[in-house]
Write a protein that binds this ligand. Structure first.
Ligand code: S6P
Ligand code: ZN
Length: 185
């Protein structure tokens, strides 16, 4: 068997995945992604909240056809009317991904480079297939931490720059009638 530095089995993986992947999770604070929100500056005057943390595991060496995986904890919160969300990214070139909801309630935004949008609600045990070519951003529309696991091909590059530059085209706002997806002007 190839000597991949990857655990072949993780028992009770929801509780243990984060202990078996990157030693320290990556934390994204509001300041790291201020441009993603319409009204980050007014929050940053007072506070710089931790929006989410994520752990990733890339098998090493990760030859073609291997899989990377990870887990994200996206905290509940608002920036103005906008829910806490991930930065979101495209995969450069080709490469799909699978998200599986573990806890909480999320809305996954999927976007093509032509601006076509799809949304899917993600709760515990929801599996979403993210086709190659679609950017993905998770939004926490619930009151508790949204936890999801992700599986994607090794060797792909994450393109954050496109979303940072062009935005996602849509915002998810908290309203009296629940979450509302609005097109950015
Ligand atoms: C990687 C996968 C996730 C995200 C994580 C954080 O392909 O989509 O592990 O990296 O949810 O989101 P983002 O947009 O900051 O990478
Ligand atoms: Zn991805």
């Amino acid at each position: 068997m190839k000597n991949l530095k990857v655990p072949l089995a993780i028992e009770n993986y929801i509780d243990n995945l984060h202990k078996r992947v990157t030693e320290a999770p990556l934390g994204r604070y509001l300041k790291d992604m201020a441009g993603a929100y319409q009204d980050a500056e007014s929050v940053l005057v007072e506070d710089n909240p931790l929006v989410y943390r994520f752990w990733t595991f890339e098998p090493f060496p990760g030859g073609e056809g291997e899989l990377a995986f990870g887990m994200t904890d996206l905290y509940p919160g608002l920036v103005g009317q906008e829910y806490f969300m991930t930065a979101g990214h495209f995969h450069r070139g080709s490469g799909g991904e699978i998200y599986v909801g573990v806890a909480g309630e999320g809305l996954l935004l999927l976007l093509t480079r032509d601006g076509e949008l799809e949304t899917r609600t993600v709760v515990k045990d929801t599996l979403v297939y993210i086709p190659s070519g679609w950017a993905h951003r998770m939004v926490n529309i619930g009151d508790e931490t949204l936890r999801f696991t992700a599986f994607w091909p090794t060797g792909i590059e994450h393109d954050y720059a496109s979303i940072r530059r062009d935005g996602f085209g849509y915002r998810v706002l908290k309203t009296e009638d629940g979450p509302k997806v609005v097109k950015c002007k």
